[in-house]
Design a protein around this ligand. Structure first.
Ligand code: NIG
Ligand code: FE
Length: 412
């Protein structure tokens, strides 16, 4: 199958050479071509350039993108889209005055989702998750990380990983599975946290590694969840099985998880709504990607990650949805790009870089996704007609997408 997209008003994120990660000032640079074309064959970007240099290419399908923007599909490096049911009642409880912590303390929150997931069949869990996955692909996401963490037992965590594996096999989108067994202390272990940690390190990690069913390991390093010491022990066990960390840190409190993540060569440290100078210093001279999750701040009403401080310190930044039933029941990356501009004060160029190439890096996919580069995967968004790509973040809450191409195939 070959597709030619012609007369593109603006082609974004055009990289002649491979780029791995964009830091600091480099994030301000979003290379674009005006009046351009892209040619793809099967699942690969073969050629692109200016229309004025276009010499006839015969394609099986030609798309006229007059007035439209084309860009690489979004790389959402942090989600929890495999879950059962929802937590809409807790949403209403929060409106009526309860905090996220108060809801969790009375058995709601992650434990509530774990209970529902345990009662849901694997097939049903798969169907519910597939629906969410297809919805976010139609919103422009072409590569997505999916975490476990609503299992909280060996059986249920493996059930979640099998569902992620099936999604990975059956979807055109690129899917990266992460083991987040250390998401909360399960009810049965509430007085024996160490026993649960041992279960993760001695049983679950070796099993998941043996099945080759997880690419990364995650821990919710937070007061009332897992301490820095707990996190250290879990990441050590993960390292034995070559599971690199991508961790939840600094969502509500600064415990020292950022420096710990850097010490363990974490691929990413995510959330960072709270961030101090020691955290910034720890991230300098590391290859760890900080990841902001602005829709979580929007939904919970907690502080936004200080993106300006991060970028102006010369660090890189990625942005992701955090799609999950408790803190972010939305997987719309277009909204994330808007929120990054409106609330994190990122420029449109920085936000789009953070949602494409840097998001790809935060999943270990920067060689194959996240930019318009010859040889990369043909995962593309074609927008509705607009004056310029600045309208992507500007028209917040809109669905700006006309056509989605995933793995060289028309999805929408
Ligand atoms: O990233 N912070 C921990 N995990 C999720 C929320 C999980 C939930 O509430 O179900 C997050 O916000
Ligand atoms: Fe999360």
């Amino acid at each position: 199958m070959s597709i030619l997209i012609k007369n593109i008003k603006q082609l974004l994120q055009v990289r002649e050479q491979q780029v791995d990660i964009l830091r600091g000032k480099a994030m301000a640079n979003l290379p674009i071509l005006e009046n351009a074309y892209v040619y793809i064959e099967n699942d690969t970007i073969i050629e692109f350039g200016l229309m004025e240099d276009f010499t006839n290419i015969e394609a099986e399908q030609t798309i006229d993108a007059t007035g439209k923007i084309v860009l690489p599909s979004w790389c959402d490096s942090h989600t929890h889209i495999v879950y059962a049911g929802n937590r809409v009642n807790e949403f209403v409880d929060r409106i009526n005055g309860l905090s996220y912590a108060e809801i969790a303390n009375r058995g709601g929150g992650i434990l509530n989702s774990a209970k529902v997931l345990a009662e849901t069949s694997e097939e049903d869990l798969y169907q519910q998750s597939l629906k969410r996955l297809n919805k976010v692909i139609a919103l422009g996401t072409g590569a997505i990380e999916i975490k476990t963490g609503y299992g909280l037992s060996v059986a249920s965590e493996l059930k979640m990983l099998r569902v992620v594996k099936r999604l990975k096999q059956e979807s055109l989108a690129k899917i990266i599975p992460t083991l987040l067994a250390a998401h909360a202390i399960p009810e049965d272990y509430k007085n024996d946290k160490q026993d649960y940690i041992n279960l993760i390190t001695d049983e679950l990690i070796p099993k998941a590694a043996d099945l080759q069913i997880a690419d990364y390991i995650d821990v919710f390093c937070e007061e009332g969840y897992f301490s820095v010491e707990d996190t250290d022990a879990i990441l050590k066990a993960g390292a034995t099985y070559h599971l690199q960390p991508k961790i939840h840190v600094n969502q509500f409190n600064i415990l020292g998880g950022v420096a710990l993540g850097v010490k363990h060569k974490a691929l990413s440290v995510d959330h960072l709504e709270e961030l101090n100078n020691d955290d910034i210093e720890a991230l300098k001279n590391s290859d760890t990607m900080p990841v902001a999750l602005p829709a979580c701040s929007f939904f919970l009403g907690i502080p936004y990650t200080p993106a300006r401080k991060i970028i102006d310190s010369g660090l890189p930044l990625a942005i992701a949805t955090d799609y999950n039933p408790g803190s972010t029941p939305s997987g719309n990356m277009n909204f994330i790009v808007s929120t990054a501009c409106i609330k994190l004060k990122m420029t449109p160029q920085e936000a789009i870089n953070a949602a494409t190439i840097n998001g790809a890096y935060a999943m270990g996919l920067e060689k194959t996704y996240g930019s318009i580069t010859r040889g990369k995967k043909a995962n593309l968004i074609i927008t509705k007609p607009m004056e310029s790509y600045f309208e992507l973040p500007y028209a917040f809450g809109d669905d700006p997408i006309d056509t989605v191409i995933i793995n060289g195939q028309l999805f929408k």
